[in-house]
Design a protein around this ligand. Sequence first.
Ligand SMILES: Nc1ncnc2c1ncn2[C@@H]1O[C@H](COP(=O)(O)OP(=O)(O)OP(=O)(O)O)[C@@H](O)[C@H]1O
Ligand SMILES: [Mg+2]
Length: 200
Amino acid sequence: MNNMRVAVIVKPNHSGLPQEIEILSQCHHRNIAPLLHSVVEESHYGIILPYLQRNPKGGTTRTQYARDILQALQYLHESLGVLHGDIKPDNIMYSAEEGRWMLIDFNHAEILPAEPGGVRKVYGVRGTRGFMAPEVENETEGYDEAIDMWSLGRTLQVCFGTPTCSAEPSWDALRKLVQRLLITKPTDRPSARMALQLLK
Ligand SMILES: Nc1ncnc2c1ncn2[C@@H]1O[C@H](COP(=O)(O)OP(=O)(O)OP(=O)(O)O)[C@@H](O)[C@H]1O
Ligand SMILES: [Mg+2]
């Protein structure tokens, strides 16, 4: 950690081992802020992450932003079976050292149950209004990682607006992807892997 700028984030602790620490300590991916250290007290916990920026100085393309977060989501959903649960612009930051976007804030993340019959659902309202998938807002019968895909669709829409054309070569692919991410029926939304293919 020599000469490395870090951020110390302190949050209230509602359980013995906070879910955020449990999940973040399993994450090893270039687009997820690495957990450098954590401290758990009865009432609060703290996590130490590399210092990230809200906006990069030189800017990055919209496509890089989308790709970086899709790669993080593909890893979370496929390799760890975890949903993030609170995808929104505030929880996506930029590492100037590494030159890439990273996902933060795993306070709403949850491990999807791996049921032999194939039903993988979690329950309860989570996330941030305005970015919540419809099946979370009207939660009656559970949901899965497709909620993150909707929230990413909203995030891209909010960050970039919806102009009809742009100089960026893959803008049209990105615009179409946003439309597909915002499909109401969760099973009709593309997965992170499919979304990355659509951006190629
Ligand atoms: N690695 C970091 N570098 C710089 N600032 C950070 C870093 N991580 C978090 N922050 C700042 O701290 C804010 C709060 O962190 P975080 O998103 O983890 O928690 P939260 O949104 O306050 O709480 P909750 O966990 O309840 O959603 C972020 O929105 C960001 O402004
Ligand atoms: Mg946050």
